[in-house]
Design a protein around this ligand. Structure first.
Ligand code: FES
Length: 172
């Protein structure tokens, strides 16, 4: 894949300043500021530069800011894809074929089996079109196998349905 496409996005300090000014006096301001800065980022993540800047402006230690980021799973430290696919790896979904689904998506998106097995977090395609995540359980076990695509739940999903869904996302 083309490495030239791996351009990452950083929110301008002017925008971060505005977000800080809007929220820094509210309770839980750090969490809100981090959320808003991540939302502003086209690639839905918090780059190191932004975190360093926020820590400095709020007079907090970097360690404190990073401890918040790593505590909440919705914060991302790496650029995310335009679309996010989350596969459930819970027992009910596993019993009903989630591993086959995960392997299918992985190879369809160009990830190797090793990348999936050794991944310690989400994987994003080189073109930033897709991020692939797994979750322990969506709490919808009766609908297994379950996946989530861009915050929409798909139940009793099959490889065939998934293939056409991903293909249409690629075309859009
Ligand atoms: S195991 Fe998949 S939704 Fe619970």
């Amino acid at each position: 894949m083309d490495n030239k496409k791996r351009i990452t996005h950083i929110v301008s300090t002017q925008k971060v300043d505005r977000i800080i000014a809007d929220h820094q006096h509210n309770p839980g301001s750090l969490l809100t500021i981090l959320e808003k800065v991540q939302e502003e980022n086209k690639q839905n993540y918090l780059p190191e530069q932004s975190l360093d800047y926020i820590a400095r402006e709020l007079q907090l230690s970097k360690a404190h800011v990073y401890s918040v980021i790593t505590f909440y799973s919705f914060f991302n430290l790496k650029p995310q894809g335009k679309h996010t696919i989350t596969v459930c790896r819970g027992t009910a979904c596993h019993t009903r074929g989630s591993k086959k689904i995960l392997l299918f998506i992985s190879s369809f998106l160009g990830f190797t089996k090793n990348q999936i097995e050794q991944a310690t977090g989400p994987l994003t395609t080189e073109d930033f079109m897709f991020t692939l995540r797994t979750v322990a359980c969506f709490g919808q076990c009766a609908l297994a196998p379950v996946i989530d695509i861009d915050n929409k739940i798909y139940s009793h999903i099959t490889v065939e349905q998934l293939k056409s869904t991903i293909e249409s996302m690629r075309r859009s």
